[in-house]
Design a protein. Structure first.
Length: 132
């Protein structure tokens, strides 16, 4: 019976997490002026670097939340916080580099790498701060 309860908990956290990741990617791609999905399909490395870093920057704190949360609502709350943090990081990078979207569309790898690294770094920091 214990293994069944463990598998049930795993399934709940895993599938809720996957759903939160998909929702995050949809929301994030709606916030940015460029279409990451299309740019990546067109082999735009700058877009792939930026979006991949952002994905990892969300998944890392979400994983921390899965490990440390005390309930499903707690997990959702921390997932929401991680989403907001990633949007704030994007906003801060846009303040630093107002033409970020144009640079990514024009395949500026340095801009895509910087955005991805900022998102990844912010996500790691966010995960480390998720203590309770």
């Amino acid at each position: 019976m214990h293994i069944f309860n463990s598998l049930l908990a795993f399934g709940a956290y895993f599938f809720i997490g996957v759903t939160m990741v998909v929702l995050f990617l949809i929301i994030y791609s709606k916030v940015t002026p460029h279409n990451e999905w299309r740019l990546i399909q067109d082999n735009n490395v700058a877009a792939a670097l930026a979006f991949s870093g952002t994905l990892l920057g969300y998944v890392i704190p979400l994983s921390s939340a899965a490990i440390n949360s005390v309930s499903i609502p707690d997990y959702f709350a921390w997932g929401g916080i991680a989403l907001v943090v990633q949007l704030l990081i994007y906003g801060c990078v846009r303040l630093y580099m107002p033409s970020l979207s144009e640079k990514i569309v024009n395949r500026n790898i340095a801009a895509g790498l910087f955005m991805g690294a900022a998102a990844l770094g912010g996500g790691i920091f966010n995960a480390g701060c998720m203590t309770w």
